[in-house]
Design a protein around this ligand. Structure first.
Ligand code: ADP
Ligand code: MG
Length: 243
């Protein structure tokens, strides 16, 4: 289980995250929502080990994550994606996933002349199938449409066989149908026992997907509960939904 305990992250005078506590269990799909600048990405970066915490603790399966280097997270079953998809544009779609699978096993390039391990090809194909990218396997990542790039980033995260998946705005910038199918896949992953934590702006990607919703406002949790419950919450309606 992921346990975020009284996490504080300040950037100088900016209190980006200001005492946040929550938990995510295996099989649970939890959405972290809130207005721009609420501290969602910072919260994520803290869990992913990108920043030292100002205060607090983050435990994953009893291990303090905040003491691990970001690269060590993968070996502990924690994978993440970024708000702006990060892929290797010079490689094909298949090669990106292959490389991600290799990296998660701690392998670097096979040699200076051989980057990719052929053994990683089969599992990479399976992941492309799962994420609906099979038809684009040999296309350069550079020329991918935006939605496919978001999917590719998810496939790369899944290549590490994570038990905890952190997705920063997985559906941002996607057209409605694309968003729905991506979120259905996310829902499915939780159904298979993964713990999923994602940030989101679009309420269509939260309703019917998240088991539980955390509302972050000015670095603090303003509410949490089912989507229905937080939609009824007076503070959330006033300060986030703009009513
Ligand atoms: P969200 O993802 O909810 O939009 P962020 O976590 O990106 O919010 O930002 C929360 C606050 O922290 C904002 O005021 C932002 O300007 C600030 N912030 C985020 N990252 C940094 C950083 N690396 N250095 C300084 N300030 C930052
Ligand atoms: Mg953000």
């Amino acid at each position: 289980m992921l346990k975020v305990q009284e996490v504080v992250k300040h950037f100088g005078g900016i209190h980006a995250v200001d005492g946040v506590s929550f938990e995510v269990s295996p099989g649970e799909c939890v959405a972290l929502i809130g207005p721009n600048g609420a501290g969602k990405s910072t919260c994520f970066a803290c869990i992913a080990g990108q920043y030292p915490l100002t205060a607090g603790h983050i435990l994953w399966q009893g291990q303090p994550l905040e003491k691990l280097a970001p690269a060590a997270h993968l070996r502990h079953g924690v994978a993440r994606t970024f708000q702006v998809a990060q892929v290797f544009e010079a490689l094909t779609v298949l090669q990106n996933v292959q490389l991600a699978a290799q990296a998660s096993r701690g392998l670097r390039a096979i040699s200076a002349f051989k980057l990719l391990d052929a053994q990683a090809r089969e599992p990479a194909h399976a992941l492309l199938e799962k994420t609906g990218l099979q038809a684009l396997a040999d296309q350069d990542a550079l020329s991918l449409p935006y939605g496919a790039k978001k999917r590719l980033e998810l496939a790369m995260a899944l290549a590490a066989s994570p038990q905890l998946l952190l997705l920063d705005e997985p559906a941002a910038g996607l057209a409605e149908q694309e968003r729905a199918s991506l979120m259905q896949l996310v829902r499915q992953l939780a159904g298979q026992g993964m713990a999923v934590l994602y940030t989101e702006h679009n309420m269509d990607a939260v309703a019917g997907v998240a088991d539980r919703v955390l509302v972050l406002i000015e670095g603090r949790l303003a509410a949490q509960g089912s989507f229905e419950a937080i939609s009824r919450d007076a503070t959330v309606r006033r300060r986030y939904l703009g009513e």
